[in-house]
Design a binder for this molecule. Structure first.
Ligand code: APR
Length: 316
């Protein structure tokens, strides 16, 4: 049987994710859903018309869903569901300002995923993503390894891009890593950054590295401030699509994702940005690697910040 992926939410993030997934040409079907009548069908038609030009066979199917789950039968049999439904932030807003409004949306979406695609791996991108991932797991009651969130692949890409630009080297020369929350307690990890194998600390002074760390933490806000309406979606969709690809290909790749941690780095019982091995059933295992004491402390701080908010989502 061919592979099937669903993207819930046909806004900027969802539609670009669907397009990237279709262009990989590894799925039989990409389902794109939204509550706005006609929007997903129109976008799907438009994407399908690009098939002869881009040369892919994947069929995109657009479906409008209703308040009582109408239309959700289209997601049946999905191997992966990417949840992008929800409001993006406006200039000056933090991701946390979206908590209540997006919790209602993500809960409803998650309940329908549980009903119609009970075997799917769920990748959450709606913000605040650490909390929305916890909520999606609660609402689906799926095993924790089958629900995880997108943040680290994007934050790492932003960090990588800044390092490459600063040093005027190709992005492929740079290896970087970002862990922690997708917010104020994000933990870019300079000790794990190299350029052509050389430690970043040999190439840049500490204050310059700190500047890049701060820019990474504010990476999303920097785009929001320029766009004035809506938030980033090209790099975010690239990240989410890559994660869905790793799942359907059962690739075993280690990627930074928002995963349930159970003892790693001395942290337990919380969804947090860590490195994890990805496979057909979602998270195969969280990978604990060497970090400096400061970085571990940052990760613990992020865990506690996220834990406090994740406790709230159960009631939203
Ligand atoms: N089911 C399906 N889709 C929904 C639902 C729902 N219950 N509620 C809202 N949507 C849809 C909206 O109709 C809209 O088309 O979600 C889409 C969101 O699209 P945009 O407003 O363009 O936002 P986008 O940039 O795609 O961001 C989506 O990802 O990065 C995060 O913070 C961002 O939470 C936001 C999400």
């Amino acid at each position: 049987m061919g592979k099937k992926v669903t993207v819930v939410g046909a806004g900027f993030y969802g539609s670009t994710t669907a397009q990237r997934l279709a262009e990989y040409d590894i799925f039989e079907t990409v389902v794109l859903t939204d509550i706005i009548d006609g929007k997903p069908a129109g976008l799907a038609l438009d994407m399908n018309q690009s098939r002869p030009i881009e040369g892919f066979e994947t069929k995109v199917v657009g479906v409008t869903t209703g308040p009582n789950g109408e239309g959700y039968e289209a997601i049946e049999g999905s191997d992966v569901v990417v949840v992008t439904a929800g409001l993006p932030r406006k200039p000056g807003m933090s991701r946390m300002d979206l908590l209540e409004v997006n919790a209602k949306i993500v809960r409803q979406v998650a309940e329908n995923i549980a009903k119609y695609a009970p075997n799917a791996v769920v990748i959450v991108v709606s913000n605040p993503v650490d909390e929305m991932t916890a909520l999606a797991q609660l609402a689906t009651q799926f095993p924790k390894n089958r629900v995880f969130g997108q943040a680290g692949v994007l934050d790492t890409a932003r960090f990588t891009n800044s390092i490459a630009e600063t040093l005027a080297v190709p992005v492929k020369s740079v290896k970087a890593l970002t862990l922690g929350s997708h917010g104020d307690t994000m933990v870019p990890v300079p000790s794990r950054c190299t350029v052509d194998g050389k430690p970043l600390s040999d190439l840049l002074p500490a204050d310059k590295i700190e500047e890049l760390v701060v820019r990474t933490r504010n990476g999303g806000a920097e785009v929001v401030a320029l766009l004035k309406t809506g938030s980033a979606y090209y790099a975010p969709s690239a990240a989410a699509a890559r994660m869905a690809k790793a799942v359907v290909e059962d690739s075993g790749e280690v990627l930074p994702v928002c995963a349930w941690v159970d003892g790693e780095y001395g942290i337990s019982g919380v969804y947090l940005g860590v490195e994890a091995q990805i496979g057909a059933k979602g998270i195969k295992k969280v990978v604990e690697d060497k970090l400096t004491d400061t970085e571990v402390a940052g990760l613990k701080e992020a865990a506690e910040a996220v834990r406090a908010k994740q406790a709230d989502v159960a009631n939203l």
